[in-house]
Design a protein around this ligand. Structure first.
Ligand SMILES: [Fe+2]
Length: 315
């Protein structure tokens, strides 16, 4: 496929950002789908309120963050901090909520305070990630799908009550039933969720396949070595906070995991954040990550345009 810049950068010409979006909205939305991401640079965004206006101008109302996999704090309304995760750790490339039955089509990142070093949001075109993966590996995932198992332990990590925004077990079971998540209650206050999803998806309106799943992100071997060892010693494989398998429960071999990580990295690009950058990501075209960083980095995040795939909408 032909290379398109990722992201496409739109530089300020002095027009207020929401005015510019209002007058060129169709063009920006088409560019977002084609390139996978658009970076608005050099605008006076006007803080979190101005950022919220940008989301509304381009996408409509931002979404509430549900079925959480990472710690985030609310800044205001539906604007959140990017993941509150130790600065020295990388967050691997992923498409937001690809382990769920539904996900946002559009993501927004707003640079309130740039980091001192690194701390970029690397991007990878998942059409290209798909192309980078050995056809035999793709075929196996197409046939067997992929499974994510998440364990929520009392007093460790994000509690399930927080993930599902309720402590009502019946409500969670009903949610699981509706969204293709098996719920198992473990011991006194633990919980395990299991979901099987497709590894390859098509963006609405496109017949170009995308590698769109959390099989790599959630696999134990993608974590830093010392973290892998610590978690395995503490919980055993069965109790890992997250791990992935083929959809039939079979182990994904280590060489396949290495190959998948290499495919993502081969497609990955990065840029350094400037203050007031607004990065808009097409979630079904580009995966995003977070580099480790030093300094005060403050990035706000919003999500918009919920999408539920079904056999009618997807090929
Ligand atoms: Fe993310």
């Amino acid at each position: 496929m032909t290379a398109t810049p990722l992201p496409l950068t739109i530089k300020s010409d002095g027009t207020p950002i929401t005015e510019l979006i209002a007058s060129r909205r169709a063009e920006f939305r088409a560019a977002l789908v084609e390139h996978g991401a658009v970076l608005f640079r050099g605008f006076e965004v006007g803080g979190v309120d101005g950022f919220d206006q940008v989301v509304r101008a381009l996408s409509g109302a931002p979404l509430t963050y549900t079925e959480r996999s990472s710690p985030r704090s609310t800044i205001k309304g539906q604007v959140y901090t990017s993941t509150d995760y130790p600065p020295d750790e990388e967050i691997f490339l992923h498409n937001e909520n690809s382990y769920q039955a539904a996900w946002p089509l559009t993501l927004y990142f707003y640079c309130i305070t740039p980091p001192t070093t690194l701390g970029a949001t690397p991007l990878a075109d998942v059409r290209r990630v798909y192309e980078e993966i050995d056809p035999a590996v793709r075929e196996e995932f197409a046939r067997r799908r992929w499974m994510v198992v998440r364990n929520f332990h009392p007093d460790f990590g994000t509690p399930w009550q927080h993930v599902f925004n309720t402590d009502d077990r019946d409500e969670i079971e009903a949610y699981g039933e509706k969204n293709g998540i098996r719920i198992d209650w473990i011991g006194k206050n633990g919980m395990r969720t299991t979901s099987v999803r497709d590894a390859i998806h098509y963006r609405p309106g496109s017949d170009v396949p995308r590698w769109f799943n959390h099989a790599t992100f959630f696999h134990v071997s993608t974590l830093a070595k010392d973290l892998q060892e610590g978690l395995l010693a503490m919980f055993g494989e069965e109790g890992l906070p997250t791990n992935t398998y083929y959809g039939d429960g079979g182990q994904i071999p280590a060489d396949v995991m290495d190959h998948l990580r290499s495919a993502y990295r081969a497609a990955s690009t990065r840029f350094d954040y400037h203050r007031d950058d607004v990065l808009v990501v097409d979630n079904m075209t580009a995966a995003h990550a977070r580099e480790p960083f030093t300094g005060p980095r403050k990035i706000a995040v919003a999500m918009a345009e919920p999408y539920t795939p079904n056999t009618q909408q997807e090929k």
